[in-house]
Design a protein around this ligand. Structure first.
Ligand code: ATP
Ligand code: MG
Length: 188
């Protein structure tokens, strides 16, 4: 599951757990982006902070792990590179699934080299409140749409809350909330 994770929140964790459950996945690897090319217009928290928050949020789940491939690769993050790196790390016998929310799924065809993306992974789009879940014309055998318990949480809203002194308790794991306070992230 790729994402900016700025910060990681319970919407990400519920989506990952629900998809892992319905597809019988052995492991969910969270991959925080390096420099996200779609978000060049705005300031993104340092990669190390986003990585550490992702580690904190996933630490208690033995099937969740975090990969540094995107934050260690210089330049903007493209999912095609993420999938190639994961395939190299896990070996060619590993079946890869890429988990996205409905909003990200609808943009996949704008990503770099979409045809090759579908050779490398099966794409799983999950429901997200406020976004219609529709197949944007992807090869049928390579994409699945799944309904997950709805959580209308976004990182954008979490950042706005912190910036205006409102609570993010229950939206993000406690450890992430404490890390944000300790590092004074998202304060304007
Ligand atoms: P931002 O508001 O900064 O864009 P975000 O909440 O959308 O943050 P991302 O890091 O952009 O989080 O998302 C990573 C992935 O998780 C994307 O595929 C996104 O669609 C999915 N996702 C994020 N929040 C949810 C949610 N509440 N329910 C389902 N999927 C989600
Ligand atoms: Mg997003």
């Amino acid at each position: 599951m790729g994402g900016t994770f700025d910060p990681i929140h319970h919407g990400h964790l519920v989506a990952a757990a629900a998809v892992a459950d319905s597809f019988g996945l052995d492991e969910v690897v969270f991959v925080p982006t390096g420099q996200p090319w779609q978000k060049e217009g705005r300031e993104v928290a340092p990669a190390e902070d986003r990585y550490l928050m992702t580690v904190i949020a996933t630490a208690s789940n033995p099937r969740f792990s975090v990969s540094r491939v995107d934050i260690d690769r210089p330049g903007p993050t493209y999912t095609i590179d993420t999938l190639r790196d994961l395939r190299d790390a896990y070996g060619p016998g590993t079946e890869l699934f890429f988990i996205t929310g409905a909003d990200a799924l609808s943009e996949i065809l704008t990503w770099r080299d979409p045809a090759t993306l579908f050779e490398l992974a099966h794409f799983v789009g999950c429901t997200r409140p406020g976004h219609a879940l529709a197949d944007p014309g992807l090869p049928g055998a390579k994409v699945s749409l799944v309904e997950i318990p709805a959580l209308a949480i976004s990182s954008t809203d979490c950042r706005a809350r912190v910036a205006t002194d409102r609570s993010i308790q229950y939206l993000v794991p406690d450890g992430v909330m404490q890390y944000i306070a300790k590092r004074r992230l998202y304060r304007s």
